[in-house]
Ligand binder design. Structure first.
Ligand SMILES: [Fe+2]
Ligand SMILES: [Fe+2]
Length: 468
């Protein structure tokens, strides 16, 4: 463990001076990016943050006040498992790779760069949210998510620098050059170019988009390229927090809305400074659909190659019996001349869809918990996950139109109904009109309920962010 080194790490970086120097050269570039594109304002404030200091499940995190630019972004891989073998694909049973196999170099680099690109992208998307945080508690959580996405970028850059030589270093530079939403140099994936400029968007993003991240990391944690498996495994421990921010954030909005609906006997809670359920539903529809797109096309030769090569597996690969999938099929509903017909797709080509299935199930569990809160409040309204075919831009359903129930509809109907299903300009303007910073510790904005508990045993009134 080299915790006091310039770059904290558990990979014995000091024994590789060349790599260490290259990363130390990248470090000030990262910091410049953080100051330019990280949270706007607050950089001099003391934030009560969790920092990763080991990979030991019992005590990997340390909590204290830190100024964000002083955050100790480090490189942590879970320990090497001796005798680990590739768990799936054509190379199943072979020892895992500790170097990049030449024949898979391009594919591996693409997987790492694509994952790496999402990390700074989300920080960029969220950079102005601090100015309108609904509480000091939420403000701190935003910054916690942001610094950890920064660490995830470090995790991917470490792999690029240490295993991909010169082109890896070039990719690491480009990860700092692209900008979310920029017309000329956008981030690689669609959802990571969508503005995330109000807190309803932020919670939906951390609930649904970070959850895509979780499933990508789970699939990469199975990789036969061992350093990738070990680094993504540790990233998952941090990712869990991001999704809890999203799930509890939306949950607290639902709590507040339900409370007002009951107290005022009125579904239109907008006039009471809260967000009505139909608006919450529209935001949910939007973020679920753009996050679903992140899994890629339903039928994908890339996905088949990643699986065949042993680069990217399924979620918890060990829970399956067959790891080769040479003669298995996936029944998929495909659109043929405007009608949906079931086709049998070779399972390896349906790997994105297999991962998306697990994702959707996971999302449903979260929605069920929100609905439980509505039920407990004595309301009959429910939130619903849109069908996987709804509002897709990638894959076999893109370019077609479906209702949130997944029923094929005409373009005219889509145009007529769109505003009932997705946030309109007016909805967004309304949500934005609610966004004002609440800076007194323990107090909440009008549109969100209090969290159940504070952070790390601290009371809700604790000063999680201390002004400089
Ligand atoms: Fe991340
Ligand atoms: Fe995340």
């Amino acid at each position: 463990m080299e915790l006091d080194a310039k770059i904290p790490n558990n990979v014995n970086l000091s024994s590789e001076p060349k790599l260490q120097r290259a990363l130390e050269k990248w470090q000030p570039r990262f910091l410049d990016w953080w100051m330019d594109m990280g949270p706007e304002g607050f950089q001099k404030d003391d934030v009560y943050l969790r920092t990763a200091i080991s990979v030991d499940p019992a005590g990997w995190a340390h909590y204290d006040y830190v100024k964000m630019p002083d955050y100790r972004w480090g490189i942590f891989l879970t320990p090497q498992q001796s005798g680990r073998v590739i768990g799936f694909g054509d190379n199943q049973g072979q020892p895992v790779w500790n170097e990049v196999p030449g024949e898979f170099r391009t594919q591996l680099r693409r997987l790492i760069v694509t994952q790496g690109d999402t990390e700074p992208a989300s920080v960029e998307q969220q950079r102005r949210l601090g100015k309108t945080a609904p509480s000091v508690f939420d403000l701190r959580n935003l910054f916690q998510v942001n610094v950890e996405e920064g660490r995830h970028l470090w995790a991917m850059v470490y792999l690029l620098h240490s295993y991909f030589g010169r082109d890896g270093r070039e990719e690491a530079e480009e990860l700092l050059d692209r900008r979310s939403g920029d017309r000329d140099k956008p981030r690689i994936l669609g959802a990571f170019n969508e503005p995330c400029d109000d807190w309803l968007n932020f919670y939906m993003f951390t609930m649904f988009t970070d959850r895509d991240g979780k499933y990508q990391l789970l699939a990469l944690a199975e990789s036969g390229f061992d350093p990738l498996a070990r680094t993504t495994k540790f990233m998952l421990t941090e990712e869990a927090f991001h999704m809890s921010v999203g799930e509890t954030g939306v949950g607290r909005i639902v709590d507040r809305t339900a409370q007002l609906m009951r107290e005022k006997k009125d579904d239109d809670v907008r006039k009471h400074g809260a967000i009505d359920l139909p608006t919450i539903q529209k935001y949910l529809n939007f973020w679920v659909s753009v996050s679903s797109d992140l899994f890629g096309g339903e039928i994908s030769t890339n996905a088949a190659q990643y699986f065949a090569a042993g680069l990217k597996g399924r979620n918890r690969e060990e829970s399956y019996d067959d790891h080769k999938l040479l003669d298995s099929f996936y029944s998929m509903e495909v659109s043929k001349e405007g009608r949906l017909v079931t086709e049998e797709i070779p399972l390896r080509n349906a790997m994105n869809e297999v991962l998306r299935d697990d994702y959707i199930e996971d999302c449903q569990r979260g929605v069920d918990r929100w609905n439980k809160a509505l039920e407990d409040a004595g309301l009959s309204d429910r939130l619903k996950l849109p069908h996987r075919r709804f509002h897709r831009q990638i894959g076999i359903y893109s370019g077609l139109h479906f209702s949130p129930e997944g029923v094929p509809i005409s373009e005219e109907e889509w145009k007529r109904k769109r505003g009932e299903w997705l946030p309109t300009d007016e909805d967004q303007a309304f949500v934005r009109s609610l966004m004002h910073a609440v800076t007194e510790p323990g107090k909440m904005a009008s549109w969100i309920g209090p969290p159940r508990q504070g952070i790390k045993g601290k009371p809700l009134e604790f000063e999680y962010v201390r002004k400089a």
